[in-house]
Design a protein around this ligand. Sequence first.
Ligand SMILES: [Fe+2]
Length: 400
Amino acid sequence: MPHDAKDGTHWHEPKAGQNAGFGNFSRPSMPYDRFMEAEGIPVHRAIGVNRVHDLPMAPWQRLGGRGTYIQLFGTEGLWGMYVVEVPAGGALNAEKHMYEKQVFVVEGRGSTEVWNDGQTKKQTFEWQKGSLFAIPLNANHRFVNASNSPALILCGTTAPNIMNLVDNAHYVFNCPYNFTDRYAGTEDYFKPKDDLEPDPVRGLAMKRTNFIPDIINCEMPLDNRRSPGYRRLEPHMGNQRFHLWIGQHETGRYSKAHCHESAAILICVKGKGYTYTWPEGLGSKPWEAGKGDKVMRQDYEFGGMVSAAPMSGDWFHQHFGVSKDPLRFTAWFGANNHSALKPGRPGEAMADIWAIDIKKGGRAIPYNDEDPYIRTEFEETLAAEGVPSRMEAKLYEAGD
Ligand SMILES: [Fe+2]
């Protein structure tokens, strides 16, 4: 073994009783991390944000607006997110990419042009604050804002997945393939569809649509799984793998805590509130156990968000709406990440354990078995906000 190289540039076998390698090391950047850094705009890394409007943004040469990446803890490598401003009386640069993209309009209004390579007529649809839609995989698209105030759009993507796999941005942005199985220029492609059907895996309320004009105010079917009166809608958009849903807790009520691994980011689209999230190892009553300081909290209002499980392993999370409006989220998971929808042995028996109480074999903490701190603080917060509580005593009775 040569010993004329500089220290640290060649490798030594370990001595007897020692292990090879550094032992301690820092996690390396992945191709998508390096791609984000090279784009020259900020990257927001945290468990959440109160309002995306308030994040620092910088001019984004590739897209032609100002923007920032958002990579909340726990979602690294699972899916990507950014906000970008479409300038007043202007447009973003046209692009296409080998990743899926969903768009939620945070502020303003505008339109989007979509077309496949070789498609003679561009398709255009209009959007406004509250609109949710999908950009078909690898279709060309351009965001236009003809109004006199800027528009702010929030985009969720599968960019990390493809970037971390092929590690070649030129391929991701210049692949000539038209995915006509997902988008073929059909005239009514971006026309909202209203029909509900059960989703094919769990039987929850699903809508196959590529555009929803207003998820702030759209009607929501009853679900009841996370709190009494909870409403939920699962849009399947653009034939994508990207999983998302819209959920709403009634005013004056809060969700039960439940537990699973990272992927979900809950984006507040109505009302305001806060989320507690804590590792499963702290148990169902972390304050009572004297570990309340280990519980993480994120407050949010419209346009804010939180990572449901911000570190590795399973995390309990629980959401509290404290406004006169109900608390409505859209929850984004990326592709193939939801615990019920990730790869596994086909046909394996599963249950909706995230909506089943722990005592019955599930992963949810019933109200009557939760930390008393939670109820006390919620009632005090509602009183301070002047919002009547609807957490009736019967919800805490044993046997619920
Ligand atoms: Fe969850």
